[in-house]
Design a protein around this ligand. Structure first.
Ligand code: AMP
Ligand code: MG
Length: 519
């Protein structure tokens, strides 16, 4: 049998729900409830992340075992461990939603390896006390999306939770994809997700909302001890520093999202990791045309609260909610406000730095803000592919060939007006002048630009193709994309076909352009 180095800290140090029943309810004065995953009809492992397996010290041979399959689909519990689901609340689309919790996530155990501690969790393994009106299950399409994207984010260098395996449960699951009263059965699936912690802003908010300051403090102390251990002792001062670090990590993560064109889609406070990791891959999407107004989530289409250009603001809004939640153990407004103010200042600085790195600019010039703003405006004149634009820009040599260089990024090249062309030529002229100030060779600049501008991202239609194939029982495309996205910044001549604009058939296809939350 596969032997893991189990080291549970969460259940050992935090208060458990006293009720052992798996019934839906409000759970108070507890951080989690013990619950067993559901047995499934005919589990089948479809894919395993070798990188993640090795992080957990699981050999390739072991990943092929019956035990692995049973354990990571919830059909067998590792000896002497007790699975559990976490209690949290959250602000959804700007409103307090009360208790939410792991409605379909079940934590198995913690594994320690190479001085790292990993929480291992199943998503879609059956109902829990937090399932509310839903079934606790997940379907193949959303599981493929979470599995591929979380590992892709890791290889892009974006802070994220990880995934170990993608499996079919063998059961069918009823979903109304378009919310139009036409539910249909889909294949059920289970992803095993891995993270140093799955704690969310909402885990802290729920105690504050219930005025349970005692357990709020217990949870913050645990979090500091295990995840911000450099802060050492727990004091008001350190609670403030803790919040400051969460704020910084959140901003850094969002700046990375902006850099690679990732739109999370549901930045509710229950989907914000306390470690600043990208978590809960639901109706997320990748920018194709560069567009600050784009959101992938059909549920958000009216207000576009979670649109690309609004992600940094929402990060701040969510941090306000976390500050409110932490206030009862800090009891001072000024330092919390100062941290939130600093977020705005840091956002301006880091956002500019990030955009400049995408442009290959490393010195400072007073017109840089203007140059970047002008680029963002120009990129939005007509539909212009973000990934292709920035990737091709690293071959820039002179202003006269600029437009030609980025031709492939336009979705409708034939209809581009002279006015738009002129605007591009004006921008290239300024860019060429600005490049003169940077004392860096074109070769070195290209290398640096290619290291921050990915060539391959998980475009929405790519996942959808893998999903359509998987639905028919063919899993080769899942593996092809998985391999491709391990080296998103590298040239992969054999994979050039994935360095292409979204095909027209995918423009309005469900799953390719917009997604609902019905996962
Ligand atoms: P989300 O915003 O999609 O991350 O989910 C919001 C809340 O709904 C969380 O508490 C989830 O656990 C819960 N949830 C989502 N889908 C299901 C499901 N199929 N069964 C039970 N709970 C769910
Ligand atoms: Mg969630």
């Amino acid at each position: 049998m596969m032997k893991l180095h189990i080291k549970d800290t969460f259940t050992k140090n935090l208060p458990a729900d006293k009720n052992p029943q798996n019934t839906r309810r409000q759970v108070t004065e507890a951080v989690f409830s013990y619950v067993n995953p559901k047995k499934t009809k005919k589990p089948q492992v479809l894919h395993v992340s070798p990188e993640m397996a090795s992080e957990l010290n699981i050999s390739e041979k072991e990943t092929k075992s019956e035990f692995f399959k049973n354990m990571f689909t919830g059909n067998e519990v590792y000896p002497n461990t007790k699975p559990y689901s976490m209690c949290y609340g959250g602000h959804q689309f700007g409103n307090w939603a009360g208790q939410l919790g792991d409605g379909r996530a079940i934590n198995l155990f913690e594994v320690e390896h190479n001085t790292k501690n990993w929480k291992v969790q199943l998503k879609g393994a059956g109902e829990t006390p937090y399932s509310r009106t839903a079934d606790g299950l997940a379907v193949l399409r959303s599981s493929v999306r979470e599995y591929l994207c979380s590992e892709a984010m890791f290889h892009l260098g974006v802070p994220t939770t990880r995934a170990l395996s993608l499996s079919l449960s063998g059961d069918m699951v009823l979903r109304d994809v378009l919310y139009d009263g036409n539910p249909a059965y889909e294949k059920g699936a289970i992803v095993s997700r891995i993270s140093p912690s799955f704690l969310r802003f909402g885990n802290f908010e729920i105690f504050a909302a219930r005025k349970d300051v005692k357990n709020l403090k217990v949870l913050v102390d645990y979090t500091i001890k295990h995840h911000f251990s450099h802060l050492r002792k727990t004091s008001k001062e350190n609670y403030i520093t803790f919040f400051k670090e969460v704020s910084e990590r959140t901003l850094n993560m969002i700046i990375d999202w902006q850099r690679v064109g990732f739109v999370h889609g549901v930045m509710n406070t229950d989907n914000m990791s306390i470690l600043g990791l990208t978590i809960d891959f639901g109706p997320y999407g990748w920018l194709e045309g560069f567009d600050f107004g784009w959101t992938p989530n059909t549920t958000d289409i009216q207000h576009k609260r979670y649109r690309y250009g609004n992600q940094p603001n929402i990060g701040l809004w969510n941090l306000y909610q976390l500050a409110n939640a932490l206030y009862p153990i800090i009891e001072e407004v000024a330092p919390l406000n100062a941290i939130l103010e600093q977020y705005k200042i840091d956002f301006e600085i880091k956002s500019l730095q990030m955009m400049k790195s995408k442009l290959g600019l490393f010195s400072s010039d007073e017109n840089d803000v203007e140059l970047v703003k002008n680029l963002e405006d120009t990129l939005q004149l007509v539909e212009t592919d973000m990934t292709i634009f920035f990737r091709n820009l690293s071959n820039f040599s002179d202003e006269n060939s600029g437009f030609h260089l980025i031709k492939d990024s336009f979705y409708e090249l034939e209809t581009i007006s002279d006015d738009v062309k002129n605007k591009w030529n004006n921008w290239f002229k300024k860019y060429a002048e600005r490049l003169q100030f940077d004392r860096i060779s074109p070769e070195e600049r290209k290398e640096k630009m290619d290291a921050v501008n990915p060539k391959y991202v998980l475009r929405n239609y790519m996942s959808q193709m893998a999903i359509d194939e998987a639905d028919k029982g063919n899993y080769t495309l899942i593996d092809e994309l998985f391999q491709l996205l391990k080296k998103p910044y590298a040239e992969q001549p054999e994979n050039e076909k994935w360095f292409a604009k979204r095909p027209e058939w995918a423009r309005n296809k469900v799953g390719c352009s917009m997604l609902s939350c019905s996962s």
